[in-house]
Design a protein around this ligand. Structure first.
Ligand code: GLA
Length: 389
């Protein structure tokens, strides 16, 4: 890929790229919609991701090109930028804006992006492109940000430049991911551990529903606001900063404070999901995949019934999985409203799972999903360009 990209860069800019970077996408094994509630999450970086090739220019122009989209942008160096339309280059532009506002001297940059994360699949292509841009600028300018500072900057871009009030999980996972490890991340303290994602004789399947994700951003922000309302209600009696500061038992003693039935459902999901992650961590460390799988199904059911972010497409994957003895567990992953599900599938039964889930889904939904066997990969980094020439 690097090689082909290197030549594409040459032909688009008529010069050689000086540096190349890669940032992955992610899946989340369990702990959904709780990162913005100070919860525990268990994401891993995947081997799909975003490549960025760059060369500085002396023209005072940022030139954005992508092999995935025809939209391109040439924009002169300014003191600051704002989001323009709904195009892909807003993500890296938002990162450039942060570097400028932090007082870094930028001249001009020619950039070529390529992503092999299926677009709109909920595998964090946006965090991936933000983090690869932040990592690249930090390296090129020798700006001295730590990786965690770059993660926070990327989240800031998503929240304030793009307008999605996401938590920190995606940016953290794509920056700190490690091959064959899951990250146990506490989204309140940002303490994390990379734990062996030892799946025994199971593999992680990713099932892309191929459902276009309409309204996902506004629904997402609605859920964030609902959680804030639940927290405010509980704070009448409890001295807490996040919903995930309490467990289910404590919640049950105070949940009468939440008078709105919908808000109560949202808070119940959040607090129970956080407890599930604690159980899932124990199950994983004991290699108890059956228990881990049970928790995945419970997480999916809760996201469907209480948090209401699933849909017939994601539900179809979970439904089929429950009937297949070679599957330990399955659930939607990421924000929901379409996107991807994941399943723990016996390695030697992966092909048959792939065929059967495709047949079930297609009969029910009317079009086919895409099924991948995932490889858990490393986080953001620079690529050796020399070798690829
Ligand atoms: C999106 C957001 C994350 C997280 C997940 C749901 O991926 O970007 O911050 O909230 O949804 O768990």
């Amino acid at each position: 890929m690097k090689n082909a990209l290197y030549h594409e860069f040459n032909s688009k800019f008529n010069k050689e790229a000086t540096n190349a970077y890669f940032s992955p996408g992610r899946v989340n094994l369990i702990g959904e919609h709780i990162d913005y509630n100070g919860g525990l999450v268990m994401p891993c970086a995947i081997t799909f991701g975003t490549y960025l090739l760059v060369a500085p220019n002396e023209d005072g122009v940022f030139r954005f090109r992508s092999l995935n989209f025809t939209d391109k942008l040439d924009i002169n160096l300014q003191d600051s930028y704002t989001k323009t339309g709904e195009t892909w280059f807003n993500y890296p532009l938002g990162v450039i804006d942060c570097f400028l506002k932090d007082g870094h001297e930028l001249k001009g940059l020619d950039m070529l992006f390529y992503g092999d994360i299926p677009i709109g699949s909920g595998l964090s292509s946006s965090a991936s492109i933000e983090v690869v841009m932040a990592f690249a600028l930090n390296d090129l300018l020798d700006a001295g940000y730590t990786k965690l500072e770059l993660v926070k900057m990327a989240k800031f871009v998503e929240n304030n430049f793009i307008g999605v009030n996401c938590g920190i999980m995606d940016q953290f996972a794509v920056a700190f991911g490690e091959k064959n490890k899951a990250l146990m991340l506490n989204c309140d303290t940002l303490d994390y551990k990379a734990v062996d994602s030892n799946l025994g004789d199971y593999v992680l399947a990713i099932i892309n529903t191929n459902k276009p994700r309409k309204l996902a951003e506004s629904k997402y922000n609605e859920r964030v606001a609902e959680c804030a309302a639940a927290l405010t209600a509980l704070q009448q009696e409890l001295d807490i900063n996040n919903l995930c500061d309490i467990d289910t038992a404590t919640f049950n003693l105070h949940k009468h404070l939440i008078t709105d039935a919908v808000i109560l459902k949202r808070a119940t999901h959040v607090i129970e999901e956080n407890d599930r992650v604690k159980l899932a961590a124990v199950a994983l460390s004991n290699n108890n995949l059956a228990e881990f799988g049970r928790l995945m199904y419970a997480s999916h059911d809760s996201l469907r019934d209480l948090y209401e972010v699933s849909g017939v497409e994601l539900d179809a994957v979970a439904e089929y999985s429950k009937t297949d003895a070679n599957v330990a567990g399955a659930r939607m992953t990421g924000a929901g409203f379409g996107g991807c599900a994941i399943a723990l599938v016996k390695e030697d039964a992966f092909e048959s799972f792939s065929e059967k889930v495709t047949a079930y889904y297609t009969a029910k939904i009317g079009y086919a999903p895409a099924v991948y066997s995932s490889l858990i990969g490393d986080g953001v980094g620079e690529l050796e360009l020399e070798k690829s020439r």
